[in-house]
Design a protein around this ligand. Structure first.
Ligand SMILES: [Zn+2]
Length: 262
């Protein structure tokens, strides 16, 4: 809780500075990718409140849309892991409000509880991932499907042959299933390194995503801000206005200090 309030306080200060810079024409409206996981029945009302803020204050875009100047923050919603509860609690509302969304799917885990969480006490350990048929039935117009490797692998730890296998088989399996190109990828656990970025490009991905904001987004590699339907409204308001974009600088500073004092 202390950590959350501290981050919120920094975000408030960052928001004031950002607004001031925008007022003087020194900063553009931000691009924000939001990284969700699930929306349970109990979280549905909170999620709907967040969608109202997205509609009111931002321009919702697809994660793979070309970046451009805008009068409002551009916000791209995404969900990692493809849990079934999205079918009832998130996707109908997104479709009704015409808010684009991207689902990142671990292609070899369809129809199962997340294998990477088994044996843990994680809250999603018993949640099911969509089946192949459920994925095929989703509207291609409002929902972009991206890869999340085949087995939800920590790509930063794999030797290059296994890394290539995870990257290529997930892309091919989803393309065969959906009969459309799959050009985006989100790194499981948000973990990556230079080799992962390089091999992802070689596997044919056009845009890849971290799970945290990056100090510098490129057209190929972009950061996202973690979001949850349980976020406080003020937290969520600040997230969709780019006020949590200071996080990568704090992480860099923390690791620099850690190295210095080790
Ligand atoms: Zn994941």
């Amino acid at each position: 809780m202390f950590d959350r309030v501290l981050k919120l306080s920094i975000a408030c200060a960052y928001f004031v500075v950002l607004r001031w810079l925008q007022w003087w024409g020194q900063a553009q409206q931000p691009w924000i990718g939001l990284c969700y996981h699930e929306v349970t029945a109990a979280q549905k009302a909170g999620f709907l409140r967040q969608l109202r803020l997205v509609k009111r204050y931002t321009e919702p875009v697809f994660l793979d849309a070309p970046r451009r100047m805008s009068q409002r923050p551009q916000v791209a919603l995404s969900f990692d892991d493809g849990f079934i509860n999205l079918l009832d609690n998130a996707l109908p509302a997104l479709q009704e409000q015409k808010i684009p969304v991207t689902l990142f799917i671990p292609s070899a885990c369809l129809g199962h509880a997340p294998p990477w969480l088994q044996g843990s006490s994680h809250e999603n350990a018993q949640a099911l991932i969509m089946t192949a048929a459920q994925l095929q039935a989703l509207s291609a117009e409002h929902i972009l499907i991206g890869a999340h490797t085949a087995h939800h692998a920590d790509l930063s730890r794999l030797p290059v042959a296994e890394l290539d296998e995870e990257l290529q088989t997930s892309k091919q399996a989803l393309e065969t299933l959906l009969q459309r190109p799959v050009n985006t990828l989100a790194f499981p656990y948000g973990r990556y390194n230079e080799q992962v970025l390089e091999r992802s490009k070689a596997a044919g991905y056009v845009r890849v995503f971290a799970a945290d904001p990056l100090a510098q987004n490129s057209d190929f590699f972009m950061g996202r801000t973690t979001a949850s339907p349980d976020d406080w409204m003020i937290e969520f308001y600040l997230k969709i206005h780019g006020a949590y974009q200071w996080l990568p600088y704090a992480i860099q500073l923390k690791s620099r200090l850690k190295r210095r004092f080790q």
